[in-house]
Design a protein around this ligand. Structure first.
Ligand SMILES: Nc1ncnc2c1ncn2[C@@H]1O[C@H](COP(=O)(O)OP(=O)(O)O)[C@@H](O)[C@H]1O
Ligand SMILES: [Mg+2]
Length: 335
């Protein structure tokens, strides 16, 4: 049984014109010590997916269908109290904005001790010692002094380390990280990544890693799921995805990603992700795809790829369809 199993998850936002699905039919598994990256441009539904798993969706958005099982236990339909037993404990999350994620009026130690009080079983003295020890484990200098500081006395990188210490306080099996380094300087970003790689190695944590940075993903994750406009379009192990991206969207993301080896400037994908109210049936990438066909007005099924648990939702994988298919003219490259 996987550690986390998400099946056919739909997240819905009510509007004047009726409910719209912001995330639709999402399915993936994360095993113990496994790491899955969820990648895609801004607005694809990555953060909402993470928040849904944590039971922290914004009030307007609800889970309208599907299942989220953690260690075989169904979370959809759980009360907030039941969800809290996992959240911050076996399942922890670090967010994109480290400074905004800390309580400005509480000392650092107090915030970590709160997590320890909820999920640990030691007394107050143990919690105090443990908080300092956690600050040390995330590589913060002079942890005893830092424990007494307030968040505004810390840099963004230090705050992210504190949040990581809080996440680790609950001894999680699954860490969900939503672009945890995006708001940080490049050098600090690299240090935090090294720390996360080390922590994962030591503790055997499973990761759900959300990012638009494919360079980071290639260092950190075993598998990649590509999300576009509320749906998953491709999933592959990290090596085969980088070696042989199959979905035109994945290929576009790679071409748009800067790399040191690559001399040429990255090329963007023309157009932008549609807003949820403009989601249509069929492949949602077709308007931006240079290889779109008439067939792309239908929903592409998941075509299995060579690796285990790897697939892509694109009719280009269906050789019988592409030879018979009629190309649409979305730009000069169209074949
Ligand atoms: N609180 C909210 N209320 C209404 N719509 C939202 C809310 N949060 C996100 N959305 C919409 O849901 C879509 C997906 O958002 P999000 O999960 O934040 O994307 P990502 O993390 O991939 O950038 C976006 O189009 C966004 O406009
Ligand atoms: Mg996001």
């Amino acid at each position: 049984m996987p550690l986390l199993q998400v099946r056919d998850l739909c997240l819905t936002l009510p509007t004047r014109n009726g409910p719209i699905a912001v995330v639709e039919g999402l399915s993936f598994d994360i095993d113990e010590q496994d790491s899955l990256a969820l990648v895609g441009e801004s607005g694809c539904g990555k953060s909402l997916t993470a928040l849904a798993i944590m039971g922290l969706l914004p009030p307007a958005i609800s889970i309208s269908a599907g299942s989220i099982q953690f260690r075989g236990r169904e979370l959809v339909g759980c009360s907030d109290r039941q969800w809290r037993r996992f959240r911050g404990g076996a399942m922890a999350m670090v967010f994109q904005e480290p400074i905004a994620s800390l309580n400005p009026v509480l000392r650092i130690a107090t915030q970590i001790e709160e997590v320890l009080a909820l999920h640990g079983d030691g007394d107050r003295r143990w919690r105090k010692r443990q908080a300092v020890s956690l600050l040390e484990q995330v590589g913060l200098p002079d942890p005893a002094a830092l424990a007494r500081a307030y968040p505004h006395e810390l840099s963004g990188g230090m705050c992210q380390r504190v949040l990581l210490a809080m996440a680790l306080a609950g001894e999680p099996d699954l860490l969900i990280a939503d672009e945890p380094t995006t708001a940080l300087d490049v050098t600090v970003q690299a240090q935090i990544l090294d720390l996360l790689i080390e922590i994962r190695r030591q503790r055997g944590l499973a990761f759900l890693w959300i990012s638009h940075d494919l360079g980071v993903v290639s260092r950190l994750c075993d598998r990649v799921a590509v999300m576009y406009a509320g749906k998953l379009v491709e999933q592959q192990p990290v090596q085969t995805l980088f070696g042989n991206p199959r979905h035109p969207y994945t290929r576009g993301l790679m071409a748009a990603s800067p790399s040191l080896e690559q001399q040429a400037l990255p090329t963007g994908i023309p157009g932008r992700v549609p807003a949820p109210e403009d989601f249509t049936a069929g492949c949602r990438f077709r308007d931006r795809c240079s290889q779109a066909m008439e067939l792309c007005f239908e929903d592409p099924p998941a075509f299995p790829l060579e690796s285990e648990d790897a697939w892509v939702r694109c009719f280009l994988m269906d050789t019988s369809a592409t030879s018979a298919g009629e190309a649409l003219s979305n730009g000069e490259e169209a074949k």
